[in-house]
Design a protein around this ligand. Sequence first.
Ligand code: ANZ
Length: 964
Amino acid sequence: MSETNPAATAPVTADAAPHRYTAAMAAEIEARWQDFWDAEGTYAAPNPKGDLAGDPELVARPKKFIMDMFPYPSGAGLHVGHPLGYIATDVFARFQRMTGHNVLHTLGFDAFGLPAEQYAVQTGTHPRASTEANMKNMVSQLRRLGLGHDKRRSFATIDPEYYKWTQWIFLQIFNSWYDDEAKRARPISELVAQFDSGERAVPGGGTWSALTEAERADLLGEYRLAYASDAPVNWCPGLGTVLANEEVTADGRSERGNFPVFKSKLRQWNMRITAYADRLLDDLDQLDWPEAIKLQQRNWIGRSEGARVDFPVDGERITVFTTRPDTLFGATYMVLAPEHPLVEKFTPAAWPEGTRDAWTGGHATPTEAVAAYRAQAASKSDVERQAEAKDKTGVFIGAYATNPVNGEQVPVFVADYVLMGYGTGAIMAVPAGDQRDFEFARAFELPIRCIVEPTDGRGTDPSTWESAFASYDAKIMNSSSDEVSLDGLGVVEAKERITEWLERTGAGAGTVNFRLRDWLFSRQRYWGEPFPIVYDEDGIAHPLPASMLPLELPEVEDYSPRTFDPDDADTKPETPLSRNEDWVHVTLDLGDGRGPRRYRRETNTMPNWAGSCWYELRYLDPHNSEQLVDPEIEQYWMGPREGLPHGGVDLYVGGAEHAVLHLLYARFWSKVLFDLGHVSSAEPFHKLFNQGMIQAYVYRDSRGIAVPAAEVEERDGAYFHQGEKVSRLLGKMGKSLKNAVTPDEICAEYGADTLRLYEMAMGPLDVSRPWDTRAVVGQFRLLQRLWRNVVDEDTGRLSVADVAETDVDADTLRALHKAIDGVRQDLEGMRFNTAIAKVTELNNHLTKVGGPVPRPVAERLVLLVAPLAPHVAEELWRKLGHTSSVVHEDFPVADPAYVVDETVTCVVQIKGKVKARLEVSPSVSEEDLEKAALADEKVVAALGGAGIRKVIVRAPKLVNIVPA
Ligand code: ANZ
């Protein structure tokens, strides 16, 4: 949408004053300073040591590590929405540089992953070729914006020197286990030592030395933080790969591509992120993140306090997890998830006497009924299974369990509303208290016992109820045995008492359950990091030694994923790397004393999240080939410090869509690396900021098809495309909606400084806002006026008055210092839009006053603008006679004498009539304003002792009093 506005193009024409700030001039200035900054390494942030060591004076300053979520090099290139965050961090980084910080700011590329691969498959080019071409294009688009990046620190996750360390971290994770007592990860060798010495018992008895190699591998696999296991995973035939839970939408489809996802039992790599559930939850409190994101992480981790209860069955037992152990007396049946491993064991050959017809599903034997029900459940996603409105289905397995609290025999069912992946995969069903159990009990004619006294007047006879009764504020009833009574207790006390009883009798124990599952870490794709794992003849996994890293992704002919009919759940994935015999089967000496042997390589690749789990660390020490990161350098930029007990990046800006996936995974890796002593920061990102989205109008014709926004004309409030009326709605910006505006277009028309100002001026950074190309010119005009205030448009010479500050008129000094004060605070608080408003105000003041601008004012105006519009600021700074870059100048400091508190007039009305005027601070609180109004002499007099019925306060400007 690049409507050309006559007003916008006017200044660009040739008949303008020869030294006016025009698009052509902006282009020239911007290119010149970008080259200069690159050549001078203006944005190089020195490390305290190593190959990027530098100016000790800079290193000694307080430091700031300011980071963006790095981009994915998509084939579509950037539209103006993409750089919003990059510009914001750049403005902030420049401000921090000018206020005495050593600032690390750079940008790399997250270049592995599905979209690049899909794009490559579609276009028939190798993913590396297309990814590199895309990166090249993005680099030049980004360079045009004048972002102050330390380019020495940039990299892409597909660089072998980078993914060498991604693989190395995988090995660290593989080679460690979580010590629940010490609450941290430890090397697996320490666990082996414990088993070997007998300090820790080998499960199942026996000694470590008596175990075979395969048995040892299996046992350690139960502990390793990265492990392969056969488990039901999310298989997406349409994409040809398995997916992490986080990549599956609420309706059980793939986040990418929207294909059905099925549960399928496959051998896959997992990361034991669940070991860190508590720490991932607890440490959120220390982070400066938006509350909404913290909440999403808390919900995803999903900590529930409750109890484990064992229900005996024929000498075995079914263990359930419940959040309501206080309702144990109301448990009238049990349900196992259809996949529960004990189902087969408990299912007898024939229906026991007294089995109701409603329970059998019409099958002749329990075995048959269970098999049929299992097959039916397997074809559904977890979400379908849990859907609230859905009819409850299930079958009796032909067995009874004993309710430990009252000895009652309760029937055991399988039903798909109980999921294997949550709790223990088994529940005690309490139809009176749980709606799903209630519906099931009704459908299967199971008893419902009222164990919580309803507080809503429905009475205590469940046969008259229409739903379960759930409340935490009610009293327990019908819950007494010889051993324990909960009757009359509130829920909280009842929970305590029954948990104590469970623990005393050994029938159960208080426990905490998490919703979080382990992270499925392998993908059946080509374009990802190969696993540094090989298998021997016995199928035992061996890690490659670090000396064999990087294990490079082999060049292959056919890198396409094998996809299947999206609805065919019975398909199995095929890894593209497995088609490469020479690479897969190798003879290696792993340096483990076993000499050269034949091995088979792991042919899965890592998920696209792997590369972004630790990239902040690589920025610190990007060329280190010996270590992940030098500890001293890591400590310097990211270590714990005052107010940041876990350390981390000072500011991380990106979209809110990464609330769980990337941010949770990266936190997990940080914690493992911290535990193993490789880094001093236990959290990757201390402060997180989510920028809003830049939206754009989507124009659609009568068939609903988007038409090119740039070709749409507006007439009398209606929109037309080729004469046809079209509709207009606010939506996303993008190629598919034909409304993308590129930064390149805007830079060509106005220059990068104008684009930067416009994006920052559009509104508060965290709020989404509509793009309006026609409004961009407003910021261009600001820069023209700024230019005119410093440079003579006819001669190109400096036009400022060389006077001392003492000779500047008081009004101007007040305007200047207020602007300095306000802009400083706004930039520090990332309120870039209001900062620009203040710069504009000062600039307008100078224009209005007229005459040459006094040098002390002009200089500081240029410094105020420098973080926002760095090119024009650099140019003007040099014109003002300075020989060093504006980038490292000190940001101006306001003289408090001129920053007197402003006041506004507040009108006080009684019954709508003005009775008094108060001078108050613009930020006065409603309470204070009300007090001041009621205390005012004139108001007191006007009220004449009458009482007050109501006071309406609209701070800071109005108080309306309604007397009684
Ligand atoms: C008895 C009970 C009585 C329950 C009552 C609830 C209300 P949250 O809070 O999400 O942790 N549950 C346990 N495991 C399950 C599984 N694998 N699939 C489906 N449901 C499962 O929920 C915990 C509650 O969800 C547990 O507490 C259990 O039902 C059920 F008045 O046990 B409750």
